[in-house]
Design a protein around this ligand. Structure first.
Ligand code: HEM
Length: 480
């Protein structure tokens, strides 16, 4: 199992063996890597009744004691009850749950880019934290040093480290969990000890805040409130109230795990792409100037009239996709596919990064950031339109089948609006070194379950005084 950037190695193997399905075994565990969209759909979607399990992570599940997490639950009744709750509130028709938080946090984010542009990366993190804590618990996060945001960041750091296939030897050799902490090479045990209790310590305080606010009559509309209120409804039948409350506490906690690092990593990739491929920024700004002008900021109704911006968003999700291997699934019964036997409990890994970089689909420039690959301009036509023959990358990078991301609509909505507002009002250019020269940006990523750029610098400045003034007004939610 490659220990860093496994998706690159898997893509190389797929090419070497000329196969869209690979198998290897580590310590008795069978891993199946799927390197084509068709194979991923055939197994993870069409046969999702058996391909929706999750790997048991010895490090996280046994040594750290991580439990109650929808992301990691085996497929079954417990997973279903958590997932149902999530989907009730994140149904596409219910964007009212997140749009008000999105608007408010975005206004604050754009203003902080004006006030302290050098801290742009922290602002990005804060944007996601503020939205999710607002959606999940109705909290209004003002300060970057908010303890709930900090705790939640630590929780997602643990996951990002622990969920990368091959990261901890103990996941491949569970017997190692019996090795004492002082034993040479047992640093994973000390790490596991330091991670213990992280999840509970993060998700309990904000949940209790909502319960307390309910008693005081001060609770604000949010996921936790809506779910708790449903329990109080006379028509609601339950066997055990504390179990129901536990499901709500856990599901609200999973929102941060699922939505914050993913969203902020996608935004960092966007900024990096704008630095490395300035033509894309310029072309998107031309479209925004023509369609939106300087009198207002873009809004969701503008998505269709801004095909280039949509293509740029797709390209961010394709070029350096956020979850290169999604979250591996586990097959819960023996199966056969294209003549291959797939044994029960194999771990099935869709190599989305490799699929989205496939030169047969995206051409020899698949490694470059080029929004135009998603666009068409017909003869005599003035503007661009999205090419209907190109499969949206978002049909892959949010995962597959029954385990596909339930926060996809919210994730896409937030990414689109953040990207369009930043492009509309700011220029993103290389940072300047102390001799006054631009620092050449490098495409460097850190290996983890999520694909996150290595820290980098840049300059973010408003495009004009009018753009800056517009953003100041956005603080008061005046998007007109
Ligand atoms: C850019 C944003 C996002 C990306 C790229 C993303 C990507 C993913 C991926 C790849 C998976 C694994 C799917 C699979 O196993 O096949 C997933 C699962 C999940 N995501 Fe997201 N996600 C994003 C935003 C969000 C948001 C905003 C939320 C919640 C508010 C969320 C909540 C979840 C949850 C709860 C799961 C676990 C589902 C399960 O195991 O049943 N995600 N996401």
């Amino acid at each position: 199992m490659p220990s860093s950037f496994p998706w690159i190695k898997f893509s190389q193997w797929a090419e070497k063996f000329d196969s869209d399905i690979l198998h290897f075994e580590v310590a008795g565990v069978n891993y199946i890597v799927l390197n084509s969209y068709d194979a991923a759909i055939d197994l993870l979607e069409k046969r999702s009744s058996i391909y929706s399990g999750r790997q048991h992570f010895t490090m996280l599940n046994d040594l750290v004691g991580w439990s109650g997490d929808l992301l990691l639950m085996p497929y079954g009744s417990e997973w279903k009850s958590h997932r149902k709750l999530f989907q009730q509130e994140f149904h596409p028709s219910k964007s009212s749950l997140y749009l008000p938080h999105e608007k408010k946090a975005l206004g604050a984010f754009l203003n902080s880019l004006l006030d302290a542009p050098e801290e742009w990366s922290e602002h990005t993190q804060h944007l996601l934290g503020a939205i999710i804590l607002g959606v999940a618990y109705g909290l209004h996060i003002q300060s970057k040093n908010d303890p709930d945001v900090k705790a939640a960041k630590r929780m997602t750091d643990v996951l990002n480290d622990a969920l990368l296939p091959g990261e901890h030897l103990v996941d491949s050799f569970p017997i190692l969990k019996y090795v004492p902490s002082w034993f040479p090479g047992a640093s994973f045990k000390r790490k596991a000890n330091s991670w213990k209790g992280t999840r509970n310590a993060t998700i309990t305080p904000p949940f209790m805040k909502v319960k307390k606010a309910m008693v005081n009559g001060t609770a604000e509309d949010c996921f936790t409130l809506r779910c708790l209120q449903r329990l109080e409804h006379p028509d609601f039948q339950h066997d055990n109230l504390s179990v129901e409350e536990e499901i709500i506490r856990n599901t609200a906690g999973t929102m941060f795990e699922g939505g914050s690092e993913t969203g902020s990593s996608a935004l960092l990739t966007f900024v990096l792409a704008m630095l490395c491929f300035p033509h894309a920024q310029r072309e998107a700004q031309e479209e925004l100037d023509e369609v939106i002008g300087k009198e207002r900021l873009p809004d969701h109704e503008d998505e269709d009239p801004l095909p280039y911006v949509k293509a740029l968003v797709y390209e961010c999700f394709r070029w350096e996709t956020v979850a290169p291997l999604t979250l591996p699934h586990r097959v819960d019964a023996d199966d056969t596919y294209k003549g291959y036997f797939i044994p029960k409990h194999s771990i099935v890994i869709p190599n989305v990064w490799g699929i989205l970089r496939d030169e047969k689909t995206y051409g020899p420039n698949a490694h470059l950031f080029e929004p135009k690959r998603w666009l068409l301009k017909g003869p005599g036509q003035k503007g661009w339109k999205l090419n209907p023959d190109m499969r949206e990358p978002t049909s892959m990078c949010f995962g597959f089948g029954r385990r596909a991301c339930p926060g996809k609509n919210m994730g896409l909505s937030l990414f689109w609006i953040s990207v369009s507002c930043m492009l509309h009002s700011f220029n993103i250019t290389p940072a300047i070194d102390r001799y006054g020269n631009p620092i050449e940006p490098k495409v460097e990523y850190v290996s983890g379950a999520l694909n996150r750029p290595a820290p980098f610098q840049c300059t973010i400045k408003p495009r004009s005084e009018e753009h800056a003034a517009l953003i100041r007004r956005a603080m008061n939610n005046d998007f007109e």
